[in-house]
Write a protein that binds this ligand. Structure first.
Ligand code: ARG
Ligand code: ZN
Length: 462
């Protein structure tokens, strides 16, 4: 599903230009979908011309050899007249591509898989692409050098795709502006467990292989998909209002590895009370320490942790389900809308359970000198190589505490609730937040955000 108004408007403008320059009808059929959605930080992330509705991913993985084979069935809708379009896919051998059952020509250029269907599509037409591919997986890294994507581990795979690592394991329109629902059928050697987003539909073993079928019906950005494999024990419990909670914990870990998860149901109730009801159909955790990734990711409904998480980290990844997962960045430059909000929510939880208050956290950070790394880069434009810089988290969260003090608790908490309610399943930018904050508070806030979000260094007046 495509939610980005601004990018759609650009595509519409391009259509208009072609029309007025009088291209013949046949030329309009040679229209090629753009190789990226226009994200300034990741120009080739995502693709133009269509909108994915659903991914059906069938994967077979042998951890011992890292042999991987996949069949991706992608249901999409053309958003313009289209004769050729791209998917993002890194590595692998592509064995075949069909579009609506007809074999399609394709070629590859870096992360772009270019597909020329037999027949073009008119605007609004639905189509289904099936890509068969296989290869051997490795240990991909992102711009910052962190392991991401399909990370092979000694006993399986740690799968965490932020920002554009989904293309290391399936052909995808790899940008948060194109959310979709997902089905996963993951086949692994008997004894291994495969865990994806959503709920487990079935688990069947035949001839030494087990197929795990997971279904994620909620709209989801590709960076939040996972299909991790390991020696996991699945643990089921219930959260507030019967919300299914499914945790996958590596059996090699000590018994207290899940201690940080113990208060998850309480956290869900607390955040739902503050932000609005929990966005998705289930929740849980994947705890897998067989990687050096060294971070956690808020994979939708089922955050993944590269080691036993602290309670604060669990609160952080849970808060991302509202801020990041349901309300997503419309371009990667807006990452602070994820990390600043989740960090601030983590501060609120700590205060709620009797720890340091958010105000005291702000004060102790504010006492840091001008030279501290928490002030730079500015959270509103960290650069593609610094998406996860400390300032994006800390200065981002401090911005929210400073805003709360400026507009008062009543307006601030109304803002958080309205931000979620108005943007569920969608994508947003900082200007949307500024506008909403001005509306809710009745104050002018452009210069406040300019100071905190876009200006390098330690803010002095705001
Ligand atoms: N969004 C994650 C978190 O704050 C961090 C992801 C880091 N990812 C990476 N590729 N370095 O919980
Ligand atoms: Zn985070």
């Amino acid at each position: 599903m495509h939610m980005n108004r601004r990018i759609t408007a650009v595509a519409a403008a391009a259509t208009l230009i072609l029309t007025v320059t009088g291209a013949p009808a046949s030329a309009t059929w040679s229209r090629t979908g753009a190789p990226g959605v226009g994200d300034g930080y990741f120009p080739l992330a995502g693709n133009g011309g269509y909108d994915v509705r659903h991914y059906g991913l069938e994967i077979r993985y042998q951890p011992a050899t890292r042999a991987f084979s996949g069949v991706a069935t992608i249901s999409a809708r053309a958003t313009e007249r289209l004769s050729r379009f791209n998917l993002d896919l890194r590595g692998f051998d592509v064995r075949s591509v069909t579009v609506d059952g007809h074999s399609a020509r394709y070629d590859r250029d870096g992360q772009e898989l270019r597909i020329s269907p037999k027949h073009g599509f008119s605007t609004g037409e639905r189509f289904t692409v099936v890509v068969r591919y296989d290869g051997t997986t490795g240990q991909p890294t992102d711009n910052e050098g962190a392991l991401y994507g399909w990370v092979s581990t000694p006993d399986g795979a740690f799968v965490a795709n932020e920002p554009e690592g989904a293309s290391t394991w399936y052909p995808v329109n790899d940008h948060p502006t194109d959310k979709a629902s997902y089905d996963f059928r993951i086949t692994v050697p008997e004894g291994k467990t495969a865990v994806a987003n959503g709920e487990l539909v079935s688990q069947k073993t035949k001839a030494g292989w087990t197929t795990f079928t997971w279904r994620a019906t909620d709209q989801m950005a590709s960076y939040l998909s996972t299909a991790s494999v390991g020696d996991y024990e699945l643990r089921r419990s219930k959260g507030p209002n019967g919300l299914p909670i499914i945790d996958a914990i590596d059996r090699d870990l000590p018994a207290d590895a899940a201690a940080g998860l113990a208060r998850t149901p309480e956290m869900i109730s607390y955040f739902a009370g503050l932000f609005g009801r929990y966005p998705f159909t289930s929740f849980g955790a994947i705890v897998d320490d067989d990687t050096d990734a060294g971070y956690a990711l808020e994979t939708q409904t089922r955050p993944i942790y590269s080691g036993p998480p602290s309670e604060g980290t669990v609160a952080h990844e849970l808060a991302h389900q509202w801020f990041g997962n349901s309300v997503s960045p419309e371009r990667w430059q807006e990452i602070w809308l994820n990390e600043g909000f989740a960090t601030y929510a983590e501060w609120l939880w700590t205060e709620h359970v009797g720890g340091t208050t958010a105000a005291a956290r702000f004060d102790s950070y504010y006492a840091r000198p001008d030279t501290s790394s928490i002030w730079n880069p500015p959270p509103g434009d960290p650069g593609a190589d610094n998406l996860f810089a400390g300032s994006v988290y800390t200065k981002g969260a401090m911005t929210l505490q400073a805003l709360r003090e400026k507009i008062g608790d009543r307006a601030f908490f109304t803002l958080l609730r309205t931000w979620y309610a108005a943007n569920r399943d969608g994508t947003v930018g900082t200007q949307d937040l500024v506008r909403l904050a001005e509306k809710v508070s009745g104050q002018r806030l452009q210069s406040f955000f300019q100071t905190w979000i876009y200006t390098p260094g330690k803010p002095t007046t705001w």
